[in-house]
Write a protein of this length. Structure first.
Length: 155
């Protein structure tokens, strides 16, 4: 009686269990997302002109309890977040630093969406082969825009 198939099956099962117990993922869209983040997955349609296009990631952040504009009539500073690629193949967006968050808070003022300027690589190559996967703080809403690639200046 040959036990080789049984031994191979046990080895494969053990390896798969070990991979699932670590943070290793087979693709960025399957990467686990940790609280307080949400996962955004953008699948792009196949296009004939894909080589001439880029994808711009845009964001709004919901600011809760900020009453500076209502009380002090202060113009709002731009809120700045940072987008960065991770080794697992997805992008991550952090909330703005403390210097950009409200210093004067009012509990009765409802949250409102404000533009979030993204520092880092928010212009991505257009590709329908794999999705764009972004983990962003739960207060950040994302969308994308497709643009023509900027012309490259030649000397």
């Amino acid at each position: 009686m040959d036990i080789t198939p049984h031994v191979i099956s046990e080895i494969v099962t053990t390896v798969l269990a070990a991979l699932h117990s670590t943070d290793a993922v087979d693709s960025p869209e399957n990467a686990p997302v940790k609280d307080p983040y949400r996962k955004h997955i953008f699948w792009l349609e196949e296009r004939d002109d894909a080589e001439s296009l880029v994808v711009a990631i845009r964001a709004n952040i919901t600011v809760k309890g900020d009453c500076r504009a209502q009380v002090l009539h202060v113009s709002e500073p731009h809120l700045v977040g940072r987008i960065a690629a991770t080794p697992a193949g997805y992008f991550q967006i952090e909330t703005p630093d403390n210097e950009f968050t409200p210093r004067l808070r009012c509990r009765l003022v409802p949250g409102r969406a404000r533009p979030l300027w993204l520092l880092g690589d928010n212009m991505l190559e257009y590709s329908s082969d794999k999705p764009i996967v972004i983990h962003a703080h739960k207060d950040i809403d994302l969308w994308y825009e497709v643009h023509e690639k900027p012309a490259v200046a030649h000397d």
